[in-house]
Design a protein around this ligand. Sequence first.
Ligand code: UDP
Length: 480
Amino acid sequence: PSPRPSPHVVLVASPCAGHVMPMAELARRLVAFHGCAATLVTFSGLAASLDAHSAAVLASLPASSVAAVTLPEVTLDDIPAGANIGTLIFELVLRSLPSLREFLRSIGGVAALVPDFFCGVVLDLAVQLGVPGYVFVPSNTASLAFMRRFVEVHDGAAPGEYRDLPDPLRLAGDVTIRVADMPDGYLDRSNPVFWQLLEEVRRYRRADGFLVNSFAEMEPTIVEEFKTAAERGAFPPVYPVGPFVRSSSDEPGESACLEWLDRQPAGSVVFVSFGSAGMLSVEQTRELAAGLEMSCHRFLWVVRMPSLDGESYDFGTDHRNDDDPLAWLPDGFLERTSGRGLAVASWAPQVRVLSHPATAAFVSHCGWNSALESVSAGVPMVAWPLYAEQKVNAVILTEEVAGVALCPAAARGGDGVVAREEVAAAVKELMDPGEKGSAMRRRAREMQVAAARARSPEGASCRALTVVVGKWKNAVQEER
Ligand code: UDP
């Protein structure tokens, strides 16, 4: 018999830093360990900073194995100023569809399409081409469970009527989330993004399966519930295939923060960072600074520009002028903490920082990539969710499920200011560990081991990906 051909998989990544990076890692692994050929497609034109990020990720891919394609820019000028970032991304994807279709026609021989969250409309192309379509979820199975329930509740209502999501909403087993923890965009019907999200998630029923950037030990009840749902034919199969965390060698090895960390004692530093887009108000920045000062612990803080308009993120779509964020720190703060604290502007090589022996805890906005990077380094967290699905992530990370993070009550609430005392108490609980802090440190180490095992060739995540690739190979075989 002729050898089985390598199935050619085309992955389509929406233009968020937190999506392109794990998809690039998925593409790399499909080629390196699963006998696939892979092309990673990205979009352009949403924001210069996002284009630069995608370009950097694509440039880091081994050119000999993963092909990279950037679709031509489309105009979004007609979309009203102040539109939700989700609205912009959904529109960008929709308007780029003709060039994606053209590209797919030109290459021919595609074995499977893997769009990520935001690119569900690509599933229609999979149907047209007669190839499997799998959605990549750059977040966890909890956020997918939420999306599933969201559509069930809405579509269960009489036509033309819409039901409110119950509070709390059960995700699986005894895992529930409160309305206050629900991801951005799913509650406000007056915002166009609500309808775009509803349409996106409805499309998921047409998916042949889901590849999720998570692993079973992180959220066992939800993974189990999806397994049962797939067996009953109630939902497409969901495969946890992560964690996909970029290697520290993809980051520059020399930076002021790493040099500074090298000079700190092992296990002595709290790393503070709110992702690629997170913003705190001026008042919240002041409280965080005072809390770090009160904790008396060493810290490395990636300071981003504060929010002046109440928004909790800035993806660079508003072309804001980036002044020096450090100028917004309270007067005298840097002088008073010099020697035990370092504040850097906007960006740090996070994977290297988290895996540095000096780093002992992470105050994080709970972006899912950050959470996985922390878990992969065995570092416990203070959960401080800001936007997108980060409050769902915080539920998974805290004692309610994985038990690797503490969440100050005000940070969980979302709207209020987290007072300096709460910041200091959370940092101290993890750094001078009390009973809770010790349990979290232990869980973080256990999860680190579980994450490494899941990714290893014998691990559940790697085996799940083998199963999916087997299906793609069979589909190609049947075609021939
Ligand atoms: N990141 C980084 N340095 C920074 C801030 C962020 O390397 O100073 C990386 C981080 O390691 C992660 C990604 O940017 O891989 C952010 O993704 P995440 O899902 O955590 O949050 P998002 O920025 O998408 O909200």
